[in-house]
Design a binder for this molecule. Structure first.
Ligand code: HSE
Length: 402
């Protein structure tokens, strides 16, 4: 029997218990062991819950129990999740987590401690919820040099942008509806400002490089400036607007960013709608591959945590390889990135724009007070200089090439 403890009996923690109990037979078979949930750590009591007798309030009970071999950290937040995870690994107990904030901040250190103590720190659920993406990057695409990753990594913003696209609604209106339905948090900042997607692409980028890509280094722009008018123009161009998180292994260095992009109908990410996530990976031998599914929610996320529990059970006393060294990767400045831009300005700026940008393609949807256009390919630095010369803009959105 392998004893498991769950830290935090919230949405994901209770999902972990449900997944292990619902699929017990298959999970035990695949683990080649009988998995037993011995403890659930939470500050609260759960009278009437079938697992109420497993609930403990002191972490030391779990830490000091030599029978506990695997810990699921589903508490979220940095503290005390960091201290609890570190103590568990130092005691030789494997940790499986859904905590993207902690993985993005302390991943290489916790992986190293796991290696030194012959156990595992696994984090499949930290990116893309239930979508297998960490394991493919670690174990499956090992013959590839991965040169780019482009992901829709946040379900809340994808839900909002999809609604704006399909219903012509404005950002604030859809956000409120999403909050009322419980899809978006009451404090939606981490999602709508792109911070959540930034943590997730930092994790994927680190696995892509085998070194540490700090999330603080990644240029991040959210979706709060996207309006229903932007979608009118997007439709006219047969495109949609998605919050993309991307990393590129460019000739001049490594680059990563999070921002809304106009994407063409022909791109596989165009059809990723609602709360779904997808990760589009390009390898130098395989070419393109895409990983798609539910990026959030109780059971999808818990399923990914439990897949790590099975991996730990199969490798008790051994560390499965994860290439994420502590050495920091320098992320190229956003000003060096190149692309085309969709831009909206006041109609009165038309001449100034023509003078600053030269060749451009006008996009018209019959809004007389505006002039909208697509630029030529240029760097962010060039774009910023030209748009400043032209007197600024109402909005600009980067364009993803097909
Ligand atoms: N807030 C996140 C999202 C939850 O909307 O995708 C999953 O990490």
């Amino acid at each position: 029997m392998i004893h498991v403890a769950v830290l935090g009996y919230g949405t994901v923690g209770s999902g972990v218990v449900e997944v292990i109990e619902t699929n017990k037979e298959a999970i035990d078979k695949r683990s080649a062991a009988n998995l037993n949930i011995k403890y659930i750590l939470d500050l609260r009591d759960f009278p009437g819950d079938p697992y109420e007798n497993k609930v403990v309030h002191e972490y030391d009970i779990i830490l000091n129990d030599p029978e506990v071999a695997i810990i699921c950290e589903t508490m979220g937040g940095l503290h005390p999740a960091y201290e609890f995870s570190k103590q568990a690994l130092l005691a030789g107990k494997s940790v499986c987590t859904s905590n993207k904030e902690l993985v993005a901040s302390h991943g290489p250190e916790l992986i190293r401690i796991a290696r030194e103590n012959h156990c595992n720190y696994l984090f499949e659920a930290s990116v893309g919820g239930g979508i297998p993406i960490i394991r493919p990057l670690n174990y499956s695409l090992t013959a590839e040099k991965i040169d780019s990753i482009t992901g829709i990594l946040n379900g809340t913003t994808n839900y909002i942008l999809t609604k704006m696209d399909k219903e012509g609604a404005d950002f604030e209106e859809v956000l409120k509806e999403a909050q009322d339905k419980g899809y978006a948090e009451r404090n939606p900042e981490a999602d709508v400002e792109g911070y959540d997607a930034c943590r997730k692409i930092a994790i994927l980028s680190s696995l892509m490089c085998g070194k540490n890509v700090g999330y603080e280094e990644i240029y991040t722009e959210g979706i709060t400036k996207i309006s229903s008018r932007d979608f009118l123009y997007a439709k006219q161009m047969d495109k949609s607007i998605k919050l993309l998180a991307m990393s590129r292994d460019r000739e001049d260095g490594f680059f990563a960013m999070v921002a809304p992009f106009l994407i063409p109908r022909s791109h596989p990410l165009y059809s990723v709608n609602g709360v779904f996530n997808a990760v589009y990976v390009h390898g130098n031998m395989l070419g393109d591959s895409m990983y798609y599914g539910r990026g959030a929610g109780k059971l999808p996320t818990a399923s990914a945590v439990v897949s790590d529990v099975v991996d730990c059970a199969r490798h008790l006393g051994k560390t499965v390889m994860c290439f994420w060294e502590n050495e920091d990767v320098r992320v190229a400045d956003i000003e060096t990135d190149q692309g085309k831009y969709f831009v909206r300005v006041d109609n009165g700026q038309r001449e100034a724009v023509m003078e600053a940008f030269g060749a451009l393609a006008e996009i018209s949807v019959g809004i007389s007070e505006e002039f909208a256009f697509i630029t030529q390919v240029m760097t962010e630095r060039e774009f910023n200089e030209k748009i400043k010369k032209a007197g600024g803009c109402i909005n600009r959105i980067r364009m993803l090439s097909a």
